[in-house]
Write a protein that binds this ligand. Structure first.
Ligand code: AMP
Ligand code: MG
Length: 342
């Protein structure tokens, strides 16, 4: 959706073509748009991105055998494991952001994600939620990133149930890596869009990129923002990776305090410079919910946030409210300052 909007706008500018490529990686379609780049340079950039993204896909996959499943197996055996160099940054920033978010963003949650069946390609109609006993069993242990000891390039876990899952921010890290690669090739104007979550650099000509934010309850755009320079826009939603069982819909963002899908929020959008933090924060704030999100936003140093509840009501920070354009009016709009005095 973001890409379509970006295209519509950039299409107005003549003599500076856009180049596109698509890659299916990390469980999503990654669409890359380059502006003001000739075809040969674009081909070179797309080849480099294809190699890099495929590599990250293999390295970070939570259940297809590879570096992360090997690391998880070693941690489960209580071993000290030398981490793949492309896993280390996720371990470090994942640990830091987990602790800052009060472990609402908790990449040590792999065991629980697997319990809910999100580590498999099982058709949605055959899925069932785990039993209360199985959830309680995980909650009694509740591994967190505090249990992960990182020493140089090796890691160990003080908790036998700790299993890593980077699904909550791998897309963000990948988008950052892709943008860094483009910049290293001298490309200044681009969007790397991973299924609606994106980082944009530069601008398509004399106007900004225009980025659409999806409505969580309709296949349409809820709002748009203009971006020029270097910014990331990431959304976590309860409409992705769902299954229903006995009339109830279950989604993939789990509240580590309850061991169940987080409730009360339909989507959270975060705008921040870095894709990785925007992605991690969107997940953390989704779990924090309408009561807890301002404190977690402050702890993560995030100042542009929008939450939408299942009825379409919106809570938004002043910094994002100042620049967002709603496509239609939400039933309620609350601007929530983030200062510590509240
Ligand atoms: P996102 O769409 O970025 O919010 O990420 C959701 C994905 O992150 C899920 O598919 C799980 O793999 C993983 N996940 C679910 N709940 C959490 C959580 N509380 N903390 C960290 N990762 C989570
Ligand atoms: Mg996320």
């Amino acid at each position: 959706m973001a890409l379509l909007l970006a295209l519509a706008l950039a299409g107005c500018t003549r003599d500076a073509p856009l180049q596109h490529a698509q890659f299916f990686v990390l469980g999503t379609l990654v669409e890359v748009t380059l502006y003001d780049v000739d075809a040969a340079a674009a081909d070179q950039a797309f080849a480099a991105l294809s190699t890099e993204l495929q590599h990250l896909h293999r390295t970070w996959h939570a259940w297809e055998p590879g570096p992360l499943t090997e690391l998880n197996a070693g941690l489960a055996r209580g071993e000290r494991v030398v981490a793949d160099p492309d896993l280390l940054p996720l371990l470090r920033s994942g640990r830091e952001w987990a602790l800052r978010s009060g472990e609402l963003f908790n990449p040590a949650i792999g065991g629980l994600v697997a319990l809910w069946g999100f580590h498999a390609e099982e058709p949605a109609e055959r899925r069932v939620p785990p039993t209360d006993a199985a959830i309680d069993d995980w909650l009694a242990e509740a591994p967190g990133m505090r249990d992960l000891i990182i020493e140089g390039d090796s890691v160990r876990s003080t908790h036998p149930r700790l299993q890593l899952d980077f699904g909550a921010f791998a897309k963000g890290v990948a988008v950052d890596r892709a943008v860094a690669r483009l910049q290293a090739l001298g490309i200044e104007h681009a969007i790397v869009n991973a299924g609606g979550d994106l980082r944009a650099i530069g601008r398509p000509g004399d106007r900004p990129w225009r980025i659409g934010i999806r409505h969580p309850r309709a296949e349409t755009v809820l709002a748009a923002i203009e971006v020029s320079g270097d910014e990331s826009v990431f959304t976590s939603g309860d409409y992705e990776r769902t299954f229903s069982h006995e009339g109830r819909l279950y989604h993939h963002i789990l509240d580590p305090r309850r061991g169940r899908p987080a409730e009360g929020v339909a989507s959270v959008t975060v705008v921040a410079p870095q894709g990785a933090l925007a992605d991690a924060a969107a997940t953390a704030l989704f779990v924090a919910g309408f009561e807890g999100w301002p404190a977690v936003a402050r702890a993560l140093d995030i100042d542009q946030v929008m939450l939408v509840d299942p009825e379409g009501r919106v809570a938004i920070t002043p910094a994002l409210a100042a620049r967002i354009q709603f496509e239609f009016d939400p039933p309620a709009l609350q601007v929530v300052p983030l200062d510590d005095t509240r």
